[in-house]
Ligand binder design. Structure first.
Ligand SMILES: NC(=O)c1ccc[n+]([C@@H]2O[C@H](COP(=O)([O-])OP(=O)(O)OC[C@H]3O[C@@H](n4cnc5c(N)ncnc54)[C@H](O)[C@@H]3O)[C@@H](O)[C@H]2O)c1
Length: 299
């Protein structure tokens, strides 16, 4: 398996996980755009790639700056003619309990993680569509998937990326654009002081990056949420239980409350292929199931 001749952009790759991703993709043959806020940090990683025999260009830009991202994409196309892989990795933290968090810190974190990723996806989308090929990775987090104290802003932004993935994967499918999420755990500037010294030693970012071979390779899945750290790889799923049909009329609230175990029962739960699956199943339970009532197509 190789990524020979593939062109990859890795945002926030001047350090931490992004650097490990950029080095890994280059080691598998991809030509890499190393992006970060600081030109110096991006240059350093591009030089590391070149020293190892790979090809890279370093582009300083904030993922929140549409013009800067457009310029980065333009330069990539001018240099290599296509863009196969986008790893949305850039990120920041502004941790505080929700009680103490300002809305400015909430907006800032959402802006970098969610809007930044959306800007980068949008900037490569037409290129990937016209190539009939694209692989996009969103960097989500267990904080978004499951919650962590002090990370309401970060968790919300990270789970929003799962939502962005779900729809881009559906819309990109006909042009072979596959979109996945990575929930990493790694010792980086971001986790300093968050995890214990001892656990950080086992969490080399380079142990996360090999999952990219699966997530951005030729045979990549789409809509996968891969959790990786310390050499372990697991999948997270957003599931839907079969549920409990409470019917209509009086007493629905009471019946739902009385049957909470049946509502939440995980036996027979599924991972819907698209969002309207929920409505289709609800209508079917209500005895109304003509085919194609709910159309999930493009509008
Ligand atoms: N380290 C972990 O355990 C962990 C866990 C879950 C998710 N993540 C996610 O992984 C990604 C990488 O984090 P990391 O741990 O390597 O942190 P890090 O702080 O070491 O690296 C983040 C990089 O993003 C860059 N960056 C920040 N804002 C940017 C912007 N607006 N435009 C371009 N670059 C920007 C930073 O300069 C930095 O180089 C982040 O999205 C983070 O949320 C990390």
């Amino acid at each position: 398996m190789s990524l020979d001749a593939r062109i990859a952009i890795v945002t926030g790759s001047g350090g931490g996980l992004g650097r490990a991703h950029a080095l890994y993709l280059a080691s598998k043959g991809a030509k890499v755009v190393v992006n970060d806020l600081s030109q110096e940090a991006a240059d350093r990683v591009a030089a590391e790639i070149a020293a190892a025999g790979g090809e890279a260009i370093a582009v300083a830009a904030s993922v929140t700056d549409e013009a800067g991202v457009a310029a980065m994409v333009g330069r990539t196309l001018k240099t290599w003619g296509r863009i196969d892989i986008l790893v949305n990795n850039a990120g920041i933290l502004r941790d505080k309990s929700f009680a103490k968090m300002t809305m400015d810190d909430f907006r800032l974190v959402v802006d970098v993680h969610l809007i930044g990723a959306a800007i980068c996806c949008k900037a490569v989308w037409e290129t990937m569509r016209s190539q009939g090929y694209g692989r996009i990775v969103m960097t989500t987090s267990s904080s978004g998937l499951y919650g962590n104290f002090g990370q309401a802003n970060y968790g919300a932004a990270k789970m929003a990326l799962v939502g962005l993935m779900q729809t881009l994967a559906i819309e990109g499918a006909k042009n072979d654009i596959r979109v996945n999420c990575l929930a990493p755990t790694a010792a980086t500037g971001m986790t300093e002081g968050v995890l214990s010294e001892e656990s950080l030693r086992l969490l080399d970012p380079a142990l996360v990056s090999p999952d990219l071979l699966t997530l951005v390779g030729e045979d990549a899945p789409t809509r996968a949420i891969l959790c990786a750290g310390a050499g372990n790889f697991a999948a997270a799923h957003v599931t839907l239980t079969d549920g409990f049909y409470a019917g209509m009329g009086d007493g629905v609230g009471e019946r739902v409350a009385a049957n909470w175990d049946a509502v939440a029962d995980r036996a027979g739960e599924m991972v819907p292929a698209y969002g309207f699956t929920q409505a289709e199943r609800e209508l079917a339970k209500a005895g109304f199931a003509p085919q194609g009532v709910v159309v999930a197509g493009a509008r």
